[in-house]
Design a protein around this ligand. Structure first.
Ligand code: G1P
Length: 298
């Protein structure tokens, strides 16, 4: 395919949200990790807002058992709304209704936890042959512009599959998909190869995949052919490696700050970062943190 061969706008995002959240037990015993609050919004709403700001109109949630609360959050809540309306709590009422305007939501189940590639493949019957985004809900990106938009722009400009990338420390490369890439004149990267969670000695670079992707439907065929890789799982990275070798892929450098809410420290850091930016709690929190850290130093 030539760089100008395909100009498709991306309207649909697949959200793999079937994980058990074992790092957060016992909190995740009955609550999906994606519903944990980032200040007052559940993390999945932060993702939905980035998607909406990027032009996405449809969500395919790939869920498992115990994830019903995610779907309820994007639905109307008539009893709660009636009480808030009766009590004249107009602001809270609109905050409760807002998520229902963010997305058309469809969900499908990943019946077995066989890896990220397997979860994405579960969305195939709904996605069909359209290009689509994948957003990993553990990765929150705090920035001026919705980060996914930059990936969609790169897809529209080149017709190629796109991944978010960021530079990581050498001791971090074994926690990420790592790409081999060369910088383009437009500041993005041409990706020729990638490997999931390599040993630092074997890593082709320190450019790691962020959990944002824009992919052609061809990736489903490649996922069908993908055998279990790292950790015995069907890895999305392995299918994308095949795609990169077939027709090239583009890497879009991270703009903003990425938080990994998949681990406890990253989740708490994300909450502090978003809270400090929130005028309703930021100033008070800053003061308390300064006191706490000052007390610790003394
Ligand atoms: C997944 C991907 C990995 C990517 C990472 C970004 O790994 O497999 O390639 O770099 O997300 O967060 P996970 O963190 O789910 O193990």
């Amino acid at each position: 395919m030539t760089e100008t061969a395909k100009m498709c706008t991306v309207r649909l995002a697949v959200i793999p949200a079937a994980g058990l959240g074992t790092r957060f037990l016992p909190a995740t015993k009955s609550i999906p990790k994606e519903m944990f609050p980032i200040v007052k919004r559940p993390a999945i709403q932060v993702i939905a807002e980035e998607a909406q700001g990027s032009g996405i109109t449809d969500f395919v949630m790939v869920t498992g058992r115990t994830k019903g609360a995610i779907l309820d959050h994007f639905d109307r809540a008539p009893e709660l709304e009636a009480v808030l309306e009766r009590d004249g709590k107009v602001d809270v009422l609109s905050a409760v209704i807002e998520p229902t305007h963010l997305m058309n939501m469809t969900s499908t189940r990943q019946h077995q936890a066989l890896g990220l590639g397997h979860a994405v493949l579960a969305a195939r019957p709904i996605v069909g042959d359209r290009p689509f985004a994948v957003m990993l809900p553990d990765d929150l990106v705090q920035g001026e512009q919705p980060y996914l938009r930059a990936l969609i722009d790169a897809h529209e400009a080149t017709g190629k599959g796109v991944v978010g990338i960021m530079e990581v420390r050498p001791d971090e490369v074994s926690s990420y998909g790592i790409v081999q890439a060369t910088e383009r004149a437009d500041g993005n990267y041409d990706i020729s190869d990638m490997v999931e969670k390599p040993d630092p000695a074997d890593a082709p670079s320190r450019l790691a995949i962020v959990g944002r992707y824009v992919l052609p439907s061809r990736v489903f065929e490649l996922l069908e052919q993908t055998t279990p890789g790292k950790g015995g799982e069907i890895q999305l990275t392995d299918a994308l490696c095949a795609l990169a070798k077939e027709e090239g892929m583009i890497g879009v450098p991270l703009s903003g700050v990425r938080h990994d809410t998949g681990n406890v420290e990253g989740y708490i850091t994300a909450n502090v970062a978003y809270a400090l930016n929130d005028p309703s709690v930021g100033p008070g929190l800053k003061q308390r943190l300064q006191q706490m850290l000052g007390d610790e130093d003394s």
